[in-house]
Design a protein around this ligand. Structure first.
Ligand code: TRP
Length: 337
């Protein structure tokens, strides 16, 4: 095997970049760039599967590109899904290799269609939401990616992608698509600081997530107000809130502080205020550098946007190559470029 493994992942241009997404995805993406051929995509086509506004979608997509770059993702590895329209073309073809029954069992579809029913979407559930995982399969297979860094919540989608690849390979009579593997991040789920029994997420509201781009005072305030004792923990077990704070401390690279505070905890002498201060220090240190880089990037927005358009253009060539081959395999006529 001479070719480096290709890594592909996608991130939704919705909500802001909070520490849950940072530690759960982006920081890991950054590290993987050292070793692999990495492609990171802003999935604006996927973002249309839930109620959306055109202006917001455009703004959020660019904003996320800026944010990813500020976090240290190389611009040549970033692209916007709609700038590679072949994703939707391959999506159609793969729809025809996707089991309808398997789509009906996707828990994300069940969760999100329920959300749409509950929240002002007039109960509208689009076919796009239903076939979303087949688009995700196209995203991955179009680059013949071997590894897909995702959270555990994407396990079912990855399994579906593998099934689609296998079914296609059977049809082709050869191992055309490599069967991709999920790469789960080491940092387990970061929980909400306001309700540590739930995952940190933008949709729960501002109290529940800490924005990577927030200023120092705000980050400190949010960490200081983090829930520690929820009363739900078994006697003798660490409460979810305290465990989440330790996790954030470890994720922010404060290894020594983590060890000494953990020793305090084990000796029954932990002061929550000390733990919170250490966590705040860790998060502020990460956020400071990122905010500086963002400010620099925003001095010339046009140049940054052009960079992303250029990288999307280059990455598109790879997608076109696969789409052309897949169409040949399927007996579909190809447009000559
Ligand atoms: N479904 C993913 C999520 O909700 C986003 C995504 C879209 C993705 N396409 C992808 C992730 C391809 C990995 C690979 O987080």
């Amino acid at each position: 095997m001479s070719q480096p493994t290709t890594i592909l992942s996608g991130i939704q241009p919705t909500g802001k970049l909070h520490f849950g997404r940072y530690f759960g995805a982006v920081e890991n993406w950054k590290r993987l760039q050292e070793e692999y051929d990495c492609l990171y995509m802003v999935v604006n086509y996927h973002a249309m599967t839930m109620p959306f506004q055109a202006k917001k979608l455009a703004e959020n997509s660019w904003e996320l590109c800026f944010n990813l770059m500020a976090c240290g993702i190389k611009p040549e590895n970033i692209f916007i899904q709609s700038l590679v329209p072949e994703h939707t073309e391959l999506n159609w073809i793969l729809n025809c290799f996707t089991s309808y029954g398997q789509l009906t069992r996707m828990t994300q579809f069940k969760d999100k269609s329920q959300q749409n029913e509950e929240k002002g979407a007039d109960g509208f559930i689009s076919a796009g939401l239903f076939t979303y995982p087949a688009l995700q399969a196209a995203d991955i297979l179009i680059y013949k990616a071997g590894l897909v860094p995702v959270g555990k919540d994407q396990e079912q989608h990855l399994e579906l992608t593998r099934n689609i690849a296998q079914r296609f390979n059977n049809f082709a009579g050869k191992e055309y698509f490599p069967i991709p593997e999920a790469l789960y991040t080491k940092v387990p789920k970061v929980m909400s600081t306001a309700d540590p029994t739930r995952k940190m997420s933008a949709s729960l509201g501002d109290k529940h997530n800490i924005d990577v781009f927030a200023d120092e005072a705000r980050i400190r305030k949010q960490v200081r107000s983090a829930v520690t004792d929820t009363g739900g923990a078994d006697a003798g077990a660490m409460s979810p809130g305290v465990s989440n704070l330790f996790q954030l401390l470890e994720a922010s690279g404060k290894t020594e502080a983590h060890a000494s505070l953990m020793a305090d905890y084990e000796a029954g002498a932990l002061k929550y205020a000390d733990l919170k201060e250490a966590v705040a220090d860790g998060l502020v240190a990460i956020s400071g550098g990122i905010r500086e880089r963002l400010a620099e990037l925003k001095q010339d927005r046009k140049a940054v946007k052009n960079q992303i358009k250029q990288s999307s253009y280059e990455i598109r060539k790879r997608a076109q190559e696969t789409t052309k081959e897949v169409k040949e395999i399927c007996g579909l006529m190809n447009v000559r470029f």
